[in-house]
Design a protein around this ligand. Structure first.
Ligand code: FES
Length: 77
């Protein structure tokens, strides 16, 4: 789904940016260009970034490394 129509930025791109460490709308603006034209996407982009960061953090919490050399992925609860 497009979050920013002016710059053609999708929800998927925002999730990828969050995975790469983007945590603030200002950084998202610098990286992807959201809010640079009409600015109508600001609220939606901010919400999407927040959700993406939360999902990424939850994904990281599920990763439990094992000394036995297993892949470290814990079973989903
Ligand atoms: S919709 Fe994002 S700047 Fe216009």
């Amino acid at each position: 789904m497009y979050v920013c129509v002016c710059q053609g930025v999708t929800e998927r791109q925002i999730h990828e940016a969050a995975r790469q460490g983007v945590s603030r709308l200002k950084e998202l603006r610098q990286q992807l260009g959201v809010t640079q034209d009409c600015g109508r996407c600001a609220s939606c982009a901010h919400t999407c970034l927040k959700e993406a960061r939360k999902a990424h953090q939850e994904q990281q919490l599920r990763y439990v490394p094992h000394a036995s050399g297993e892949n470290g992925l814990a079973a989903a609860a």
